[in-house]
Design a binder for this molecule. Sequence first.
Ligand code: CU
Length: 130
Amino acid sequence: MTARHFNRITTAAVLLFVSAGWLLAPAFAQSEPLSVEWTLAKTGKRLEREALIIVTNAQGQPVSDASIEVKVDMPSMPMMHAVPKATATPAGQPGRYKTKFTLEMAGEWAAQIEVTKPVRTKVVKKFNAD
Ligand SMILES: [Cu+2]
């Protein structure tokens, strides 16, 4: 093997390595979990709450086109409540979504926020309602 052959093989190997990285990087980035934060606000109606949900990716950028459902329940009272699932809709700014739900009593609640698109992510947020 001449030095020239060796250089060609090295160059080919480096190119292959680099292009594999370029091809695989987006696939890995898409499977990284999303970060889901929320704030709850009271509306005029007793026990009704409006949620503002903020979804960001692993790089901290807002995630648009997310599909989000919120299911609330009381951890201390399994099977006792049946608040309908709430679907969140875009709230005007990238990565922000809003939804409303009405609780059935005051006390400790837990919300399961489930993102099904673009990356499956599930978070649970506990909160107190008075
Ligand atoms: Cu209850």
